[in-house]
Ligand binder design. Structure first.
Ligand code: CU
Length: 180
């Protein structure tokens, strides 16, 4: 752009028409070819990285958490442990273990988000949507929020997530009625 401004710029009112543009097939074809190859390269690279991540995740012991939104609370269940946490206002996740959320809704559209883990997905009635697999790497307390305006008490539709050590998680799961 800078080059064009300097070498082709005209000050004031132009007095004559610019040079007509002639087709340059060699330039057009090479431009299309080069940009197509670049795009293809990025697509193939992206797909390769995506599948690599997906297959790596399925071989580890991913924790599955089912999430159900309803006006105006979240219910979490841990199917691998037969544990359910309903209206508890706090759930736990083990640190350094991959986790995948399966999200749905009982009534209206809700939005399930844990900002600290980079998770944000719609909770649709009648549909189950899975999130990307994430691995919490630091213990601490984070927030689960509803990020779709879903009615009167929407702003109260949040819970805390405690990311804890594996031992604490195991005892918490048992306190929720789960079996290890
Ligand atoms: Cu909601």
């Amino acid at each position: 752009m800078a080059y064009s401004f300097i070498s082709f710029g005209v000050r004031g009112r132009p007095t004559e028409d610019g040079v007509p543009v002639h087709p340059r097939p060699a330039l057009q074809i090479s431009w299309l070819t080069i940009t197509s190859i670049l795009c293809l390269f990025l697509v193939i690279w992206g797909l390769f990285a995506f599948y690599q991540e997906t297959s790596a995740a399925t071989t580890t012991n991913t924790l599955i958490v089912n999430v159900t939104g309803q006006q105006w609370q979240w219910t979490f269940s841990y199917p691998q442990y037969n544990a359910t946490s309903s209206g508890a206002q706090v759930i736990e996740l083990p640190v350094n273990r991959p986790v995948e959320f399966y999200v749905t809704s009982l009534d209206v559209l809700h939005g399930f988000a844990i900002q600290a883990l980079g998770i944000r997905v719609d909770a649709n009635p009648g549909e189950v949507t899975s999130t990307p697999i994430v691995t919490p790497s630091q213990t601490g307390t984070y927030a689960v929020r509803c990020v779709e305006l879903c009615g009167l008490l929407h702003s109260y539709m949040w819970e805390a997530v405690n990311v804890v050590s594996a031992d604490s998680f195991n005892s918490w799961i048992q306190s929720q009625g789960g079996h290890l």
